[in-house]
Design a protein around this ligand. Structure first.
Ligand SMILES: O=C(COP(=O)(O)O)N(O)CCCOP(=O)(O)O
Ligand SMILES: [Zn+2]
Length: 308
């Protein structure tokens, strides 16, 4: 059924595992993720960004997710990713989403609180849960100075005050991850002391990691072998994600790894079958690559297999 993340986060927190939050933009991506969830009997968070709503039109994604629920029988959360205004969050709540993110992380602390609280009050009145963000993810991989990184990462004391004053259900924190395929200039590093501090000050409170793709070199190499140009792509090592899942992180966002899996397999298929031009012939393998990637994530990284 379509569910909120409340129960699945409670179980994940206690069990020391995380739920995968996978971005969806079209039918094949949804089908690949849902097939994996079915095979692994895992709960699913299917998340839709503003960009996905523009690309596919909201009604198509909503109906595809409803189809996924009907087809799989799995507990599925329909989540708005990076909602940037009260209006888009309200629209999604009114449209049947079971969870919304209001991302006020680019605003000053007090403004982020005010905006988040407004969304929480509305969403909770409709039985929908809310994710917010405190601290800045992107653009700090260049910030070499410790003080710059420190300023961007989530402050534990602020996190406690933020949660208390907004009533938000989960919090995306900045501890060194960033969106996309180029996450680290040097060695991959997450600030686990900071995570430890935040989770000890917010016991039983679900934390969220954005920018948590691992950017498997296998797919980067296949992409580059068949005409792609993504040199130096680097992600979060999977053992760091497993560790984070045991430290209060209940939701791990994965989008880039799905893109790489699908793109690598389509590039390879088209290169090896120059005479083929039926979209089913290359979208099918793309879908299968996503399925295998998600199965791997559920089994070997998130630990949410068998937890539906
Ligand atoms: O945290 C992540 C993904 O992290 P990743 O890049 O490490 O997969 N996300 O919230 C996905 C953001 C996708 O937005 P858009 O559809 O506008 O491109
Ligand atoms: Zn994100």
């Amino acid at each position: 059924p379509l569910v909120t993340s409340k129960e699945m986060f409670k179980k994940a927190y206690k069990g020391g595992y995380a739920i995968g939050a996978f971005n969806v933009n079209n039918m094949e991506i949804i089908q690949g993720i849902v097939e994996a969830g079915k095979e692994e009997n895992a709960p699913l968070i299917l998340q839709v960004s503003a960009g996905a709503r523009k690309y596919a039109q909201p009604v198509y994604l909503k109906k595809l997710v409803e189809a996924a629920v009907e087809y799989s029988g799995l507990p599925i959360v329909l989540h708005l990713d990076h909602g940037d205004s009260f209006e888009i969050c309200k629209a999604c709540v009114d449209d049947g989403f079971t969870s919304v993110m209001i991302d006020g992380s680019k605003y000053p602390f007090e403004e982020n609180i005010a905006l988040t609280k407004k969304v929480v009050d509305y969403a909770h009145s409709k039985g929908v849960v809310v994710e917010a963000e405190l601290g800045r993810l992107s653009g700090i991989e260049d910030a070499v100075s410790v003080s710059e990184r420190d300023a961007a990462f989530t402050d534990p004391d602020e996190a406690v005050e933020f949660v208390e004053r907004t009533g938000v259900d989960s919090l995306a924190i900045a501890i060194g991850t960033s969106h996309g395929a180029y996450k680290f200039k040097g060695e991959p590093r997450l600030d686990f002391e900071r995570l430890e501090k935040i989770s000890s000050m917010l016991p039983n409170f679900p934390l969220v990691l954005h920018g948590a793709s691992s950017v498997p070199q296998e797919f980067v190499e296949i992409c580059n072998k068949y005409g792609g140009q993504i040199p130096g792509a680097k992600g979060v090592p999977e053992d760091m994600l497993r560790k984070a899942a045991e430290m209060g992180v209940c939701k791990i966002n994965i989008d880039t790894d799905l893109r790489l899996a699908m793109t690598a397999s389509i590039r390879k298929y088209l290169a090896e079958n120059p005479s083929h031009f039926d979209p089913r012939q290359y979208l099918g393998p793309g879908r299968e690559a996503i399925k295998q990637m998600v199965i791997h994530k559920m089994r070997d990284v998130l630990g949410c297999s068998g937890k539906a």
